[in-house]
Design a protein around this ligand. Structure first.
Ligand code: SAH
Length: 257
């Protein structure tokens, strides 16, 4: 294999990966029998279960997706001032004008990616790491996750956030996701967390035959840049595209910053 300096970034040693939900469970009391501060003053497991129930009500059926959504501690991906909103179905600011995606949209898109399969996905490419939340969810449902972020500040933040979880199958890349990541191709699935006018050809090229891409795209002729969810299936006969419901994502931008 060719030498790739400094990336993809391994996030930690394989052997020690804790379960996402049960990561570093602290004893209830400290050395002097004092209650140990929980840092955010909430029982995150109960909040996560309520979130899963909400997602089920919204129509998410895939049990592996629901389990993954119930496992990842979303409060670890937002600023401390926002932790009490972390288990609401809402996007939240993560800095540099970007947002953590709504859990409802994350689960909907990943359910579309899985498309009813029972096993794990193979290699997945995510465009728009942001704070790393969706990459963590994907890590439970795919063999390998390659996640690209164009903003250095967020790439670093995601690395910091994900360090806690020690996910050896998540590879964080700093770069322009418009060109994909050819080294990891072909991908069983590609998922974008930012919406452009069209799906870059590089993504289609890097998708495996039999693979599926899910991305927000700006609807043709839309005035205010209204987006819809696009599902693209690559088959030996060509590419089939289906436009689904309206969504609202941050814009897909080219270049790095
Ligand atoms: N996946 C995140 C969502 C992050 S928001 C989550 O788990 O919630 C979308 C991200 O896409 C932003 O951080 C933005 O900087 C990034 N982005 C936009 N255009 C990009 C591009 N061309 N390449 C890589 N990242 C891009």
């Amino acid at each position: 294999m060719k030498q790739r300096p400094s990336f993809p970034a391994r996030l930690g040693p394989k052997a020690e990966a804790p379960k996402l939900g049960a990561a570093r469970a602290a004893p209830a009391t400290g050395a002097a029998g004092m209650p140990r501060p929980q840092g955010f003053g909430m029982d995150s497991a109960a909040h996560r279960q309520r979130l899963v129930q909400l997602l089920q009500k919204q129509g998410v059926r895939d049990s592996a997706v629901l389990t993954a959504m119930g496992s990842v501690e979303r409060h670890r991906f937002v600023d401390s001032a926002l932790v009490n909103q972390a288990y609401e179905d809402t996007s939240l600011p993560i800095g540099l004008g970007q947002t953590i995606s709504k859990p409802g949209v994350v689960s909907r898109m990943i359910e579309l990616l899985l498309n009813g399969r029972t096993g794990k996905l193979g290699r997945v490419l995510e465009i728009g790491t942001g704070c790393g939340y969706q990459a963590a969810v994907l890590s439970l449902l795919a063999e390998e996750v390659y996640s690209i972020e164009r903003l250095r500040g967020l790439h670093d933040k995601a690395r910091e956030n994900l360090r806690h979880f020690r996910l050896p199958n998540v590879h964080l890349l700093f770069g322009d996701g418009m060109v994909g990541f050819p080294h990891g191709a072909p991908y069983a699935a590609i998922i974008a967390a930012a919406g452009g006018e069209a799906v870059p050809q590089a993504w289609v090229d890097q998708l495996a035959v039999g693979g599926r891409l899910v991305a927000p795209v700006v609807r043709d002729g839309s005035q205010g840049g209204a987006q819809a969810l696009l599902v693209l299936d690559k088959t030996s006969a060509g590419v089939r595209q289906t436009l689904l419901e309206a969504v609202h994502f941050v814009p897909l931008k080219s270049g790095i910053a």
